[in-house]
Design a protein around this ligand. Structure first.
Ligand SMILES: [Fe+2]
Length: 301
């Protein structure tokens, strides 16, 4: 099934925040882990969820980020201010990135574009994205025993160089940010392909995720796939990837290899005219530029 990311998924998983920016809370008997926390404006909503689920707004032990985009870890500084005992984890370089002013400024800029929608969540809270420490520099093979369930870490580069997947083997639940793309909001099950840092790595990572045979997949935004639809989604995502590369090549061809012109005509046709994508336009545009540049390079335009 494809269902919205709301409420409980079995005994061990509850969605924190809301379906647009779900923080997947894994309720181990000893440790509580939230996977992804973004954007920063959602911070107070995650705390509200903790109080609702556990009757305790300090109930979290770990927060892990699937990758370094603002809509996946932007709320970590806020959560750490609220819960000083909270331990954060992400791929090694993310700790350094989250100390760079230029990176934090860009995250703040992208998030402020959406501030109007979040005013009722933010209220008077201080949700600033400030430099933050990551206690865990996560890598493939790391395992966290949460009590009754385990969180396994896999490296899945391609969307970004620092993308990680978190897999709970006892219930075959998988959380990998955008390493497997984004389902478009149409009925035909199209997948928006999300390789930004490397096409080849993205394909290999997808193959690795398929090998895990997940029964539950928590998407970065909006959706959870269960049972046969989990495998079906990953298969569609893998099939869509070379198709999407071809599509970018077509736009580059039509623009005689001019990257900016290809981006402009693509955003108009694929985003504005189709209107099926859930992602905010500015984020889509940032990602598209990276993709077109990358394809221009690997396809020798
Ligand atoms: Fe992302």
């Amino acid at each position: 099934m494809k269902v919205t990311a709301d409420g409980d998924f079995g005994e061990w998983i509850t969605v924190g925040g809301n379906r647009f920016y779900p923080g997947y809370i894994i309720k181990g008997r000893q440790k509580r882990l939230m996977i992804d926390a973004g954007i920063n404006l959602m911070g107070p909503a995650y705390i509200t969820s903790l109080e609702k689920i556990f009757g305790d707004k300090n109930a979290l032990d770990y927060v892990f980020a699937t990758h370094s985009h603002f809509d996946h870890l932007g709320a970590i500084p806020y959560l750490k201010r609220k819960m000083p005992h909270l331990q954060a984890g992400a791929f090694e370089r993310v700790g350094a990135l989250m100390k760079k002013k230029s990176v934090l400024d860009l995250m703040t800029f992208l998030s402020d574009l959406q501030r109007g929608f979040f005013q009722n969540i933010v209220g008077e809270e201080d949700v600033r994205i400030e430099p933050v420490d990551f206690e865990f520099h996560l890598k493939e093979g790391d395992r966290f025993d949460l009590g009754g369930v385990t969180c396994e870490v896999y490296a899945v580069p391609g969307h970004t160089g620092d993308s990680l997947a978190f897999f709970i083997p006892e219930i075959r639940a998988l959380f990998a940010g955008e390493a497997y793309g984004i389902p478009e909001g149409d009925k035909d099950g199209h997948v928006q392909v999300e390789f930004l840092s490397s096409y080849d790595d993205y394909v290999s990572s997808l193959e690795k995720l398929i090998g895990l045979q997940p029964k539950i997949i928590g998407m970065a935004h909006m959706w959870v796939f269960t049972d046969d639809d989990a495998a079906g989604f990953l298969k569609r995502s893998l099939e869509a990837t070379p198709r999407y590369r071809k599509l970018i090549e077509t736009y580059l061809d039509a623009a005689n290899g001019d990257i900016d012109a290809a981006v402009q005509s693509m955003v108009k046709k694929e985003y504005d005219e189709k209107g099926t994508m859930m992602q905010p336009r500015e984020s889509y545009l940032q990602n598209l530029k990276a993709q077109v540049r990358h394809v221009a390079q690997i396809s020798a335009f």
